[in-house]
Design a binder for this molecule. Structure first.
Ligand code: ATP
Length: 634
């Protein structure tokens, strides 16, 4: 836990240099981290783990980093463990000679499958003790589990899991189970891991004296920045080991084929707020299209990949776009990455269609001949062109590259409609025109200064203005159903209302924000109810936070994300969203929430964060229009 300067990496107490790193080393570190809440101490522990591995067994560093990140591959490869509680319970019961019923009861009592595994393993005496687990063995087995498919794959997966459980001892079962569930939940955020990785790399470089705080901070920043454009540990870790942290930005480059997190916008509540925020800056407004974010990568060999907002491979959904792409690019263009919105489009009437129509397209392996919903690509940014990253260029330069490199084809490929003006009335008219063209509103962006592309960042330099900012507080929220109340009367047999939560990434918990029962058609209610019925869990997860007067009839594994609108945000004694941010004991809740849509492109951890909820609450308090409405109501 010490600040690493006083610590000399030494594995002697654990393993011989060059031997494989025992899994117990990492499990003990997880145990230490779990007991801490301070970011600096957690960073130090993680840094010490990484330094030790770098100094003794660098060949294991990649696997150690992956396990610390609780991942097994980069997001765009789509390789996931995908294990449900049911299959883990089965494997655990069989490995420990217990019945599934006993495991389930114990899970209900302890609330954590890892703790159940620890108890069961400690009671078990074995005739033959398997060799100790190593990091490499655990990671490789995870990969085998993720890759297992086809006939007998369930059985093979179970056997892989059992081979790990029977060898786990001490605190290993706890973290083995949590890693298998892909829910480590020890408050080790990926940002902390990246900082620690940078720091460890500085320590591991030959130095006559310990590095300074400034060097450590700088190294952490470099690794975070590089990860934001190359989110692939398989590239970063070898580059760090080979050429060191100070060269990392040169040795690890943004390239087509590896998606980056998209730049995101902050909500604004009115045109005048934009003029206030962007005072003295040149800014530009673009239509905010209502479709699906797409990062289109065109490789030098002519192959194409389309990635979603979450960096997932979405190429199979848009074979029509893939096939048509070379028609829009000029002959001088041989590689590029575009940032776009793909929107459902009626080519006969030359009209944008609502998002709901786009969502009827199948998600995978679409055949061009089966396509019923046409789409148009609205390109608003270019991030890479002919071998050169453009992220550090200002938006006006990137736009020029975009316009110079592509030809529009109405209804197939168009540039986002833009207006560059700081005249309040003109912007208001442009907003109205955007709404008339079936867009959601505007995205306003700085153009010439502070206008680089900021991957994975919700930036102050992009503001989103939605049409309903007038009657609500600026933005909808993306929330996770964590519980439900049984329906009565007309809603008998389905759920009548749901308990929704936002996500607090610092504490890794879902915090309740409101009950919702409005905005559901009968069909949608039926659909959501039957989907969530498969996610029912016997007890709330330890990482749910909610007031104890809330007593839903059932709880759910966090699995889906719903976009929700509301009249406003209010301080609540019952809900726990953003507790401690605005009020020390009370949370924030939504008044009159109503469902807008299911967000298939977001995972539960991508839900609106508690920090965003608090920001929205504060923005609402400062919104003169809202204040006026409140006065009228008073
Ligand atoms: P966010 O992506 O900011 O978390 P979200 O996914 O809920 O939020 P919105 O709040 O509706 O989406 O707005 C941002 C999204 O708007 C972008 O992610 C992008 O998909 C879409 N978009 C449409 N037109 C544009 C544009 N011209 N520039 C940038 N984004 C645009």
């Amino acid at each position: 836990k010490e600040k690493p300067a006083s610590f000399k990496p030494n594995s002697a107490a654990w393993w011989e240099d060059g031997d494989k790193v025992p899994f117990l080393f990492l499990a003990r570190a997880f145990d230490l981290i779990k007991g801490e809440s301070g970011r600096i101490v957690i960073t130090n522990i993680t840094c010490n783990v990484l330094r030790t591995v770098m100094a003794t067994t660098p060949d294991d560093l990649l696997e150690v980093v992956y396990l610390l990140a609780n991942k097994i591959a980069p997001a765009h490869q789509g390789l996931e463990l995908g294990l449900g509680d049911a299959s883990l319970i089965k494997a655990l019961a069989e490995s420990c000679g217990a019945s599934e019923a006993v495991v389930k009861t114990s899970y209900r009592d302890l609330g954590d499958l890892g703790d159940v595994a620890k108890v069961l393993r400690s009671k078990q005496s074995m005739m033959f003790q398997p060799p100790p687990l190593t990091i490499a063995k655990v990671f490789n087995t995870f990969q085998l589990i993720a890759q297992a498919s086809g006939k007998d794959s369930q059985e093979r997966k179970k056997n892989y899991i059992m081979s790990l459980i029977v060898a786990a001892k001490d605190c290993e079962p706890v973290y083995l189970m949590r890693l298998l569930q892909a829910k480590l939940r020890i408050s080790l955020a990926e940002k902390t891991l990246l900082t620690a990785l940078g720091q460890a790399a500085v320590y591991s470089e030959e130095q006559s004296k310990p590095p300074s705080d400034i060097q450590l901070e700088e190294a952490g920043k470099i690794v975070k920045e590089v990860y934001s454009v190359v989110p692939v540990y398989d590239k970063i870790v070898p580059a760090l080991l080979h050429d060191g942290v100070w060269n990392l930005s040169k040795t690890c480059n943004f390239t087509p084929g590896v998606p980056i997190g998209p730049m995101l916008a902050k909500p604004a509540t009115g045109v005048s707020e934009i003029i206030d925020k962007f005072q003295d800056m040149v800014f530009t407004c673009e239509y905010k299209y209502d479709g699906e974010r797409a990062q289109i990568h065109f490789m030098e060999d002519g192959s194409v990949e389309i990635y979603s907002r979450n960096a997932e491979r979405n190429t199979g959904k848009f074979p029509d776009v893939v096939a048509a792409l070379s028609r829009f690019k000029k002959p001088s263009v041989n590689s590029f990455i575009l940032d776009c919105e793909i929107v459902a489009y009626d080519r006969e009437k030359q009209k944008i269609l609502p998002f709901q129509i786009l969502s009827t397209r199948a998600r995978k392996n679409v055949k061009e001949s089966d396509i019923k919903v046409d789409v148009c690509v609205f390109a608003f940014d270019i991030l890479y062109l002919n071998g050169k990253p453009l992220l550090q260029e200002q938006l006006n330069v990137r736009r020029k590259h975009l316009y110079d490199s592509f030809e529009e084809d109405s209804g197939y490929f168009q540039f986002a409609t833009i207006l560059t003006s700081n005249d309040l009335e003109e912007i208001q008219k442009f907003l109205d025109a955007a709404i008339n063209a079936s867009c959601e509103g505007l995205i306003i962006k700085t153009l010439e200064k502070e206008a680089t592309y900021e991957p994975s960042k919700r930036s102050n330099n992009w503001l989103k203005l939605k049409k309903d900012y007038m009657d609500s507080f600026g933005d909808s929220l993306d929330l996770v159903p964590i519980g439900a109340f049984n329906g009565h009367g007309k809603r008998k047999g389905v759920y009548g209302a749901f308990l929704l939560a936002c996500y607090d990434s610092n504490n890794e918990e879902f915090q309740s924000i409101c009950k919702i029962g409005t905005g559901f058609s009968d069909a949608v209610l039926e659909e959501r109810s039957s989907s969530l019925r498969t996610k029912v869990i016997s007890d709330p997860k330890p990482y749910f936070r909610y007031g104890n007067t809330l007593k839903p009839d059932c709880w759910f594994e966090p699995s889906e994300v719903w976009e929700v609108k509301a009249a406003d945000l209010t301080i609540s004694p019952v809900h726990r969203a953003a507790v401690g941010e605005v009020d020390s004991n009370k949370g924030i809740s939504l008044r009159f929430p109503r469902l807008v849509r299911l967000r298939e492109d977001k995972a539960p951890e991508d839900a609106t964060s508690s920090v965003q909820v608090a920001e929205m609450y504060r923005a609402q308090a400062n919104n003169p229009h809202k204040k006026k409405q409140d006065d009228l109501e008073d």
